[in-house]
Design a protein around this ligand. Structure first.
Ligand code: HEM
Length: 398
């Protein structure tokens, strides 16, 4: 291991409540201190510049995922679950599961989901409008994905809130194993068996994406256990991220009347509004890699077998990449934002997330004249995820 004494260093606890309440400040600190900064408190490297984060994402030979994409080196330390088949693997293993997920989430499959999604969105927005004063998260941003994603996968209708408890543990576990993680593990302990049982073949509804995964097991492409693990990924990777991305986008739209007016005039801008929302506030702010050999980032030497944490949210606001990065701009060309990662592990569910967001945001844009914020935002406290937990709003019918 290289000596860290001469390395650019910062000494703060990334998961301290006070630090987490000022994400922009600490993202900027990491990004502007050096191309790679040693976070002494955690013994990991942090990278926040857009060019460097992009380059690390693109180099899977030097920056491996198989040792885990959070703080824990899962090859050396015990972890709370078995490694994810797709997220926490390198080629050639990764390629096999990636091919399967690509097939499951193909454009043709997603096209078939649209009509059902649209009907659910109409119902959810109508119910919210009937009440007028609602919570932007619970009643819109969460209500929609929380309905359509479990239906698409084929989960039973009962006790679905357990899926969110599991997801919360997943995102806490990627950070330090601190008090927040232990509290989440305690909350999740009584429902872990429920999760495993509800990902089994007999619990999954027919003609769903989950059933298609078990068909692949029948064809010999996966074992029965691997099929259950792939189904679990939909909850761990696909639900809270989408909920929070939609939540941040709706809040930004409520706070930017010019952008809202453009969207009202042309609901077809919903996808652009979402991508800019993800650039502006990335729900998945960090992702980790482990170096396979000695290397360097912008002249900073990094040893082999070291954790390198990519600060996605910082890169998405890098002024060297984006003009006026702290401005939510619905007309911005957002290609190159890193909220879905980049390279061989780039989010395989991004077209599903975009479809969900497009349907709910465009439905809101058609039916709602105004979203007025009538209370203070509250934020989630999860180590490895950013999102609102509540925002009271008043909806005016169009
Ligand atoms: C706004 C919503 C979402 C965000 C911000 C997001 C973010 C990300 C990011 C940053 C990565 C890269 C991980 C890495 O490089 O190690 C990723 C990968 C992944 N995401 Fe998403 N995601 C979202 C929605 C979804 C959805 C809806 C699904 C499932 C339907 C999903 C499934 C996955 C999977 C399986 C991977 C691993 C891909 C691989 O390793 O090849 N995600 N996601």
């Amino acid at each position: 291991m290289l000596n860290h004494s001469s390395a650019p260093t910062l000494d703060f606890d990334l998961f301290d409540t006070d630090v987490m309440s000022q994400p922009d400040h600490y993202d900027q600190l990491v990004r502007e201190t050096a191309p790679a900064v040693y976070l002494a408190r955690h013994g990991v490297w942090a990278v926040g510049g857009h060019t460097d984060v992009h380059a690390v994402f693109g180099d899977f030979q030097t920056y491996s995922s198989a040792s885990g994409t959070g703080f824990t080196n899962i090859r050396k330390q015990e972890n709370w679950r078995k490694p994810s088949l797709i997220l926490e693997s390198d080629p050639p293993e990764h390629s096999k599961y990636r091919r399967i997920m690509n097939k499951l989430l193909s454009p043709a499959v997603l096209r078939r989901l649209r009509t059902d999604f649209e009907q659910t969105a109409e119902r959810i927005v109508d119910e919210a409008l009937d009440r007028g004063d609602v919570d932007l998260m619970a009643d819109l941003a969460e209500a929609f994905p929380f309905n359509v994603l479990p239906d698409t996968v084929g989960f039973g209708k009962e006790n679905r809130e357990n899926l969110l408890i599991y997801s919360e543990l997943n995102f806490n576990a990627m950070g330090e194993k601190n008090a927040r993680f232990h509290a989440a593990a305690e909350r999740a302990a009584p429902i872990m068996d429920w999760v495993v049982e509800n990902c089994r073949r007999d619990a999954i509804a027919p003609d769903t994406m989950g059933a298609a995964i078990f068909d692949l097991a029948d064809q010999g492409e996966l074992t029965e256990e691997e099929a259950g693990m792939l189904i679990r990924i939909f909850i761990s990777a696909g639900m809270d991220t989408t909920i929070n991305g939609i939540g941040f986008t709706l809040k930004a739209l409520a706070q930017h009347p010019e952008a809202w007016a453009k969207l009202r005039e042309n609901p077809g801008l919903a996808r652009a509004a979402f991508d800019e929302g993800l650039r502006y506030r990335a729900p998945s702010p960090y992702i980790g890699r482990t170096t396979t050999c000695e290397t360097e980032i912008g002249g900073v030497r990094i040893g082999a077998e070291e954790k390198v944490i990519l600060f996605i949210a910082a890169a998405n606001r890098d002024p060297r990449q984006w003009e006026n990065p702290t401005r939510y701009d619905i007309d911005r060309k957002t290609s190159g934002h890193l909220a879905f990662g980049f390279g061989i592990h780039a989010c395989v569910g991004q077209m599903m997330a975009r479809l969900e967001a497009e349907v709910i945001i465009s439905t809101i844009a058609r039916k709602v004249a105004k979203i007025e914020i009538i209370g203070e935002p509250e934020y989630q406290s999860i180590n490895w995820l950013r999102g609102l937990s509540g925002l009271p709003v008043r909806l005016e019918r169009a």
